[in-house]
Design a protein around this ligand. Structure first.
Ligand SMILES: [Zn+2]
Ligand SMILES: [Zn+2]
Length: 136
């Protein structure tokens, strides 16, 4: 056992370890409303982006209503106009021109195809009673 001479900077060490431990156990949160994994029934993950069951419904409303917008405590969701042809769905990477409709918070975009997929996943998983995170 090695003994340190002088003062060991315990605080610094503790913070370093604590920060490292936080990494993997850090709660994932919805990119659309900011709610944490534990606050929602279901969180679906894309590449670096997440959407919860509530926002899937919200986005569905945005894409099907004539108003075309919804707001969360975190962001405003709006339909992406046809003019934004090169904007890509954050989940599948398809461009606006390749899909029928797309909604965006400004930093996260989801197309109608991914939304349908999320809807399917949610209805299946909720029927099964599981609340795990799912990758698409
Ligand atoms: Zn959400
Ligand atoms: Zn998509």
């Amino acid at each position: 056992m090695r003994r340190y001479s002088g003062q060991v900077p315990l605080d610094a060490w503790f913070h370093r370890v604590a920060r490292r431990l936080q990494g993997p156990s850090e709660l994932l949160s919805c990119s659309f409303c900011g709610k944490h994994q534990k606050q929602v029934k279901k969180l679906i993950a894309g590449p670096g982006v997440y959407i919860c069951d509530e926002c899937v419904e919200r986005v569905h409303g945005v894409l099907t209503s004539s108003a075309g917008t919804a707001s969360t405590p975190f962001a405003a969701i709006a339909q992406v106009s046809d003019a934004d042809v090169t904007l890509q769905c954050t989940f599948c990477g398809k461009r606006r021109q390749q899909v029928a409709a797309m909604a965006s918070t400004g930093h996260a975009h989801i197309c109608t195809e991914c939304l349908d997929l999320c809807n399917e996943i949610i209805s299946e998983e909720l029927a099964g009673g599981s609340a795990q995170q799912t990758e698409i």
